[in-house]
Write a protein that binds this ligand. Sequence first.
Ligand SMILES: Nc1ncnc2c1ncn2[C@@H]1O[C@H](COP(=O)(O)OP(=O)(O)O)[C@@H](O)[C@H]1O
Ligand SMILES: [Mg+2]
Length: 445
Amino acid sequence: MTSDRDAEAGVPAAGSAEGTPAPPPDPRADDGSAPAIRCVQISKTFGSVKALDAVDLVLRRGTVHALVGENGSGKSTLTKIIAGAYAPDSGSVWIDGVELTHLTPRVAIEHGVRVIYQDLALFPNMTVAENIGFEGGRSVLGRVPRQRARAAAEEALGRLGSRIDPDIRLGDLSTAERQLVAIARAVSSEGDIILMDEPTAALTQDEIDSLLSSVRNLAATGVSFIFISHKLREVVEIADDVSVIRDGALIATGRASDFDTDRISYLMTGSHVVNVRRAHVPEPTGRPVLAARGISLGDTFADVSLDLHVGRVLGLSGLVGCGKTSIGLAIAGLIPVDSGEIRFRGERVDSMRGRPELQYVPDDRLTEGLFLDWSIAENVIPNDLRETRAGRDCRARRGNGSWPTPGAVAWPSRPPPSKRRSARCREATSSGCCWPARSRPRRWS
Ligand SMILES: Nc1ncnc2c1ncn2[C@@H]1O[C@H](COP(=O)(O)OP(=O)(O)O)[C@@H](O)[C@H]1O
Ligand SMILES: [Mg+2]
């Protein structure tokens, strides 16, 4: 699987499907230079979960290394260790041939490591140039110097082969364009090792193609990428090297040319994945338990009708921004509709909001579905805010004893007396039981 030259270049042999991969040999490139990143026998445990088990990884300079694995296999944990956000339990991280024993985020940044997380960490109210130039320092008034920022943005976007206007407000760009700005900011601040965690999850195919070509352009200039994805076609397309991890263990690593999508999916799952179609799907019987008839909301969605029958799963899919989340929120009664009706067990209802028969699990479970500073027991038990401490806190803060209702919540104009209390209140009202008016301007996708 791996040539002698590969071994010299420091790419460990791809293990057999079930076998243990060979440990990395001396990871020097052909020209004798050290790899951008070398992870040796990295292990990390969270409680009883072994997130990483003696994982080795070599990222060669100027290449794209795809890190693939199923959800929960340990990919993000490994990138966080490289970025200095988590300390490994054992093992070592080397950057450009130097072992970094106390790797903190600051040390990683000083060594050129930049992580681009899914939320991108950009400023929507600032221009593209200001976002890119932000890392280059600010004036005493906190402003990003305009000329310098613009020059930096033009240079960085040019390296990516992008034509985004540096003067445009970031909030007016598509998700794909914002990704490019995040990469431009990383390279503009002298990042030359870029870790991208699932960058294409929210992009259309055209946008993915454009992102992949920008990444390849940059790799050709010496920037090294760890590219996490579970979209196997793009992995095969973009990567120079591939590492597959499963349940925290490195299953295989080697040149991308040694992998195809079937092999990667086999290695990821440990079994051959076949597309199964159910031979027979019974026709729904009886009247639907829940139905929408011609519901519309502004320019978010129009004239949507659907029927959900008992014991069945109704799938609703579409690209980011197509309105599917809003349709779910509207059916659950968490946002209003302009027209149309909802029927429950055949009867027209004003709203399903607050009815125990319907429970809503939001797409962003971390910020909207859970009380992160509460115990698991406290999170699991309350389905009704009125039974929770946070709910009572919220009502007390509202001052008039009433419960928040969609679109009618008057949030205090002055900062609340206690930050902790206000954070809890915010979490409580965004938990899916109530809908905070403060988030109304957001366009639900
Ligand atoms: N901060 C954390 N605390 C507890 N468990 C965690 C934490 N981060 C990750 N894990 C667990 O470690 C495993 C690997 O997670 P992760 O690295 O996020 O996987 P991936 O990115 O491949 O989906 C999972 O079982 C996950 O639940
Ligand atoms: Mg992850």
